[in-house]
Design a protein around this ligand. Structure first.
Ligand code: CMC
Length: 436
């Protein structure tokens, strides 16, 4: 459209500028021409936390936060969760299309071929303290993979890139399961390539002395769905980290380790662990009003509520609630569910939450299911990291093929001291006293 432009008048100079609008955005660099004089650097935008800045173009995930819509490569999340396996969705995210039967067969084999880890990586993991947090172990082990696969630095070689992608997706459940068993003092269980992705993960988590692990199909299906729901979520904090670190052309293991670090924070993927701790602290339904009052006083946060983009019910939380019922039929009902449901009911009818459009997010119910399955809260964020690795790698791959991208390097608005001279050591105290 010819009129897809923005005209700006700089009232400091009375100059007018016209900049193009493309896909609802203007290029920040187009503002640089707006200057008060030859010495002026030019106008910048100030946007801490990227509240209104698109950092990339992406064809992977579509999210409409006001309508509560989430789609991977155009497919609604509800349909993918209903009809697909996790590795099918992983293929879709990485390649843009759902696989044919043949493509899925070779993709499954390719990923499962990589589920073993080097014995020396096992030793690295054995070196962690008995009570090491599983996210710390995961992050450390994934970073250590860089040292085992130096060819991963060939990030512009598509064959090497594909090899690292299937390698990392294959190894994540193994590393995660070893971290789980390490805390319990149990011997690590080797992957079983005859099992599918989630059943093999369950085998490595929970196999004891039986010759062949038999996974409960309801739990395996629930894990598939939970993995699909967590696989990508466009430019969230950890994906932005993946892209920022990837933009320096670090290898995919180092880059993924950085994304894991970002995910671990309690405002991001670490929230699922915090939700369970919060529910434990609340303890019983009668304590909820007192807790809500503390949240409204700004003393506490209702963990698992709120989202930067969703200002309507998180569609993933809706699906998780349904999965919870299926899991509880096998495991028995987690009593925390009653507290969570009541908390949700009270919060959703309270003016504080309605005004701020705070709804349950993906982390509100996932921990309750994971706990019923037998995971301790410190494992919950690991269960987020395994599937999100697919999204991180899809976004990393897209970044490397995007001619618009360069090393990520934001500008700043300097608010510190003007230039000044270093005062000799002996005079510093005196000078501070004089100027105080
Ligand atoms: N409990 C109470 N008040 C909240 C909450 C909450 N969980 N979240 C936001 N608010 C309030 C916030 O205090 C602010 O109020 P006011 O306007 O009076 O200052 C208002 O709502 C807007 O919040 P914000 O902090 O400006 O929102 P944000 O977009 O910067 O933060 C968030 C988003 C997810 C970090 C935040 O909602 C939060 O901390 N939630 C709890 C942690 C959580 O559940 N995180 C998981 C996110 S979803 C999964 C993932 O992507 O990892």
């Amino acid at each position: 459209m010819d009129n897809e432009t923005l005209t700006i008048t700089d009232n400091r100079t009375d100059q007018t500028y016209t900049v193009p609008i493309s896909r609802g955005t203007i290029r920040a660099m187009d503002l640089r021409q707006i200057k008060t004089g030859a010495d002026d650097f030019g106008l910048m935008t100030y946007d801490p936390a990227f509240m209104n800045t698109a950092s990339c173009q992406s064809a992977i995930t579509y999210l409409d936060g006001d309508k509560g819509i989430l789609r991977y490569r155009g497919y609604p999340i509800e349909q993918l969760a209903e009809n697909c396996t996790f590795l099918e969705v992983a293929y879709l995210l990485l390649n843009g299309e759902l696989p044919t039967e043949d493509e899925l067969g070779s993709w499954n084999r390719e990923v499962l071929r990589h589920t073993m880890i080097h014995e020396k990586l096992k030793k690295v993991m054995e070196g962690f303290n008995y009570d090491a947090h599983p996210m710390g172990m995961l992050m450390g082990a994934v970073a250590a993979l860089s040292t085992f696969y130096p060819d991963a630095r060939n990030i512009f070689d598509p064959a090497s890139r594909n090899e690292q992608i299937s390698r990392l997706i294959g190894k994540m459940p193994t590393i995660a399961a070893y971290a789980y068993r390490h805390r319990l003092g149990l011997p690590y269980v080797y992957p079983d390539p005859e099992l599918c992705y989630t059943k093999n993960y369950m085998n490595m988590l929970w196999k004891r002395t039986e010759p062949k692990y038999a996974a409960n199909p309801v739990i395996a299906h629930a894990l598939e769905v939970l993995f699909i729901l967590h696989a990508d979520h466009e430019q969230n904090c950890s994906t932005n980290t993946m892209r920022a670190v990837g933009s320096s052309h670090a290898d995919p293991y180092a880059t993924t380790a950085a994304a894991i670090a970002a995910l671990w924070g309690p405002l991001h993927g670490g929230a699922n662990e915090e939700v369970l701790r919060m529910l434990d602290e609340i303890g019983k339904v009668s304590e909820i009003p007192g807790f809500i009052a503390q949240v409204k006083d700004g003393k506490r946060k209702l963990m698992g509520f709120g989202h930067r983009v969703y200002k309507n019910y998180d569609p993933r939380a809706r699906i998780i609630k349904r999965v919870a019922e299926q899991v509880f039929e096998v495991t028995g009902r987690n009593p925390k569910l009653d507290i969570a449901l009541e908390l949700e009911k009270i919060a959703l009818s309270d003016e504080y939450f309605i005004k701020r459009k705070l709804y349950p997010n993906v982390d509100f119910y996932s921990g309750i299911i994971y706990q019923a399955m037998g995971f301790t809260p410190d494992q919950f964020t690991v269960l987020f990291a395994i599937p999100r690795t697919v999204g991180w790698l899809a976004q990393w791959q897209e970044l490397l093929g995007d001619a618009d991208q360069k090393i990520a390097r934001p500008r700043q608005v300097y608010i510190g001291q003007d230039a000044r001279d270093v005062v000799p050591f002996a005079q510093r105290g005196k000078l501070q006293t004089v100027t105080a």
